[in-house]
Ligand binder design. Structure first.
Ligand code: PLP
Length: 396
């Protein structure tokens, strides 16, 4: 039996196990097959002209991509969802679906940096102006609205620095102005925060991260409210976006374990974050699920969990101390993506590109992706790293 056969909605873990597949239509096989194909043929001219055949052309979808699309829409509580070849492609199709020449966009200053680049380099060329705002502005965003403001983009917690945003307050102001609200919700996934339930119109996931979960596929998804869905669907088709069937298959396979993976990422990341907070080399931990975090109250009010990505600030030291720490880590790779089973670290500097806020922390910002390893091994690896940090910062 599939979810569609029942009237009472199932819990999330059950939906992840059963959504997006119809074994009876696939000779009983549990998973949808991988449909490779561009050409789709029709039995006769009448059918061809009628537009009623379910599949008509490879770019417009197949049973494999449909399975993933319907599972995402179900999890997001959306009118519909589209699949994009990367998280950034999902961001761009979502923005292009709700903006046109002459419009004004409000963009959080802590947004994922390539999203910022898209606004500055591409949207400007088409006469769309972007104003960056302080992520903690809340209902104060009303003061930034102009008659031509057509969209507000949010991301919480903020990229690299983990500030929380009051999404319901921002969405309330945007609704009063008839503006579309977008959210990059990659950190929480719809399992820990469902943007559409809080007034967001377009919910974006870099599926590359937790949906796929195994560091082997690039994927983006956008899920839309009924109001935003027709324009999103049209723009997605007009841009010719689609994903390969092997990637759709791997993403579906990843999503079957999304809930159990996230539970482990959450617990391990909190264990590592709490341990780091007690270390003398650490000035501050950036993790909204920790009670001392400035965004904790909003996180607690709106989110039902936290994932495996967080940051910390070292006490001031030469960059060499950070290099000594990170270069010698055994279990943490140095890499920009995240959400996979393996732990990763990066060093980041938000001063380089932020314009509406000022980053004043004197120490180095390190971001960790806590994977599925045993957190005791990760802590031991980081403990050795912090010893190297101190040995460099205070030789002899
Ligand atoms: C990685 C990431 C993206 C972009 O996803 P890609 O699949 O790498 O293009 C967008 N937003 C956030 C928050 C991300 O972490």
């Amino acid at each position: 039996m599939t979810t569609e056969d029942r009237s009472k909605p199932h819990e999330t873990a059950t939906r992840l196990a059963h959504g997006g597949r119809r074994p009876r239509e696939q000779h009983g096989f549990v998973n949808p097959p991988v449909y490779h194909g561009s050409t789709v043929t029709f039995p006769d001219v009448d059918t061809m002209l009628s537009g009623r055949q379910r599949y008509v052309y490879g770019r417009r979808g197949n049973p494999t991509s449909d399975g993933l699309e319907s599972l995402v829409a179900e999890l997001e509580g959306a009118a519909g969802a589209v699949l994009a070849p990367s998280g950034l492609a999902a961001v761009s199709v979502a923005l292009l679906s709700c903006l046109t020449s002459g419009d004004h966009l409000l963009m959080t200053d802590t947004v994922y940096q390539p999203t910022r680049h898209f606004c500055d380099k591409v949207l400007t060329r088409f006469g769309i102006e972007t104003t960056y705002y302080d992520p903690t502005v809340g209902a104060g965003i009303a003061a930034l609205f102009r008659p031509e403001t057509k969209a507000v983009f949010t991301e919480a917690p903020g990229s690299q620095t983990f500030e929380m945003q009051d999404i319901p307050a921002i969405a309330g102001v945007a609704a009063a102005h008839g503006a579309t609200v977008l959210m990059d919700n990659t950190w929480a996934t719809p399992l820990f925060f469902r943007p559409l339930d809080h007034g967001v119109d377009l919910s974006i996931q870099a599926g590359t991260k937790y949906f796929v979960g195994h560091s082997d596929v690039m994927l983006g998804t956008v899920a839309a409210s009924p109001r935003a869905w027709p324009a999103l669907k049209a723009m997605h088709g007009d841009l010719g976006q689609c994903i390969g069937p092997d990637d759709a298959f791997l993403a579906l396979r990843g999503m079957r374990t999304l809930e159990v993976r996230l539970a482990r990422h959450q617990a391990s990341a909190l264990a590592v974050a709490d341990w780091l907070a007690g270390r003398p080399e650490v000035a501050r931990v950036l993790h909204p699920a920790r009670p001392d975090d400035p965004g904790h109250a909003i996180w607690k009010r709106d989110f039902s969990g936290s994932s495996g990505l967080f940051g910390f600030i070292t006490r001031p030291a030469p960059l060499g101390a950070v290099k000594a720490m990170l270069d010698g880590l055994e279990l943490f790779g140095l890499g920009y993506s995240w959400g996979g089973f393996e732990s990763l670290a990066i060093v980041a500097d938000p001063r380089k590109y932020r314009t509406a806020t000022t980053w004043t922390e004197p120490g180095h910002l390190i971001r960790l992706n806590i994977g599925l390893e045993d957190p005791r091994d990760l802590i031991a690896d980081l403990a050795d790293g912090l010893d190297r940090f101190t040995a460099f910062a205070e030789p002899g």
